[in-house]
Ligand binder design. Structure first.
Ligand code: GLY
Length: 338
């Protein structure tokens, strides 16, 4: 059984039916599953009677407290260094369980079945695991590659439209930063076609993972190029911190359009390309207005604890399929929006 991608020779990514792929990738020994209550309700037959740790749903549960709950259950279940952890769920489950697995007893092997589009095109691939601290995204975490990631497009049939759309924002992001062809394919498709046509969806997932896998191959620990994957995310994180009206993907869509407009004002992106980005996101059904004012967002950006030496690393699209990462002071960044 050949993986669709290999990331750094450490992680195999498969796009296909989870039920058929899982028996071939799970190790012989003990496997403990981490999932959430909703995924358990929908997909329990995938892992049947294996010991299972369930966490709650929602970004609010991506915390150190949840990680501690997982550790405690692992201790109760007698999980040891020889146990394999299988996380089944969306980005919240895989980020949190990946962090718990990569730190429990100094690290267990783990793998993912990703059950959301956002997880499949972005969160589950690339080895970033982590949780939020005091609302700051991913402040505690590790870079540890899962042994495998299974992305089964058929599992996405039960996703609500809103969550499916959130994943499309990350696919558009991948297209804008590095894949003009994927962008054109998304321009040709309707939201309904993407929802219904599994072949089309598999192609989109595969192209978005290709973008990410290629970048992570060259820069696993975000010393440079991996920052490109944060297109639109500086403002998106500020939106998510200031308002609970948008989920991550919805905030990324707004952040991407705001930064594309800023790139036009800076003279690094053609207005026509910015219009294409905004038109594609609008066609996919995204609201492109921030739920909170720019002043509030810029205050959040300036406060962001992740700023390096007081500087932001901002991803600017330079054309469809290419981008540049540039340093900005928060003050200089704010000037892009006056
Ligand atoms: N989601 C961005 C990254 O994995 O680097």
């Amino acid at each position: 059984m050949n993986p669709t991608f290999s990331v750094r020779g450490e992680s195999r990514v498969y796009i296909g039916p989870a039920g058929e792929l899982l028996p071939g990738v799970l190790p012989e020994g003990r496997v403990v599953v981490v999932s959430d209550t909703e995924v358990d309700r929908l997909f329990r037959p995938l892992w049947a009677s294996r010991d299972t740790v369930l966490i709650g749903t929602g970004e609010g549960g991506k915390t150190l407290q949840t990680v501690e709950t997982i550790y405690r259950r692992f201790i109760e279940l007698g999980v040891d260094r020889s146990t394999f952890v299988l996380a089944v769920g969306g980005g919240i489950v895989t980020d949190t369980a990946g962090f718990a697995a990569s730190t429990y007893m100094r690290g267990l092997d783990f793998g993912f079945v990703s059950t959301t589009l956002l997880g499949q095109v972005d969160a589950s691939v690339g080895g970033k695991n982590g949780v939020n601290v005091d609302g700051y995204k991913n402040m505690a975490g590790t870079f540890t590659q899962p042994q495998f990631v299974i992305c089964d497009p058929v599992l996405l049939a039960t996703l609500p439209d809103r969550e499916f759309r959130a994943g499309l924002a990350e696919a558009v992001k991948a297209a804008v930063i590095a894949d003009e062809e994927l962008f054109a394919r998304l321009e040709e498709a309707t939201f309904e076609e993407l929802r219904r046509n599994t072949d089309l969806l598999s192609d989109v997932i595969s192209a978005a993972i290709r973008v990410k896998a290629d970048i992570v191959e060259r820069d696993e620990r975000e010393g440079g190029e991996r920052r490109k994957l944060n297109l639109g995310h500086t403002l998106a994180h500020a939106i998510e911190k200031s308002s609970d009206r948008m989920n991550h993907g919805e905030a990324v869509a707004v952040g991407t359009v705001l930064i594309a407009r800023a790139a036009v004002r800076l003279g690094v992106l053609a207005a026509a390309d910015c219009d294409r980005i905004a038109a594609l996101l609008a066609k996919l059904g995204f609201v492109l207005e921030s739920p909170v004012g720019m002043d509030r967002l810029l205050r959040e950006v300036a406060k962001d604890k992740k700023n390096k030496d007081g500087e932001l690393r901002i991803v600017l699209p330079t054309r469809i399929g290419d981008c540049d990462v540039r340093p900005f002071t928060p003050e200089r960044f704010a000037e892009l929006f006056v």
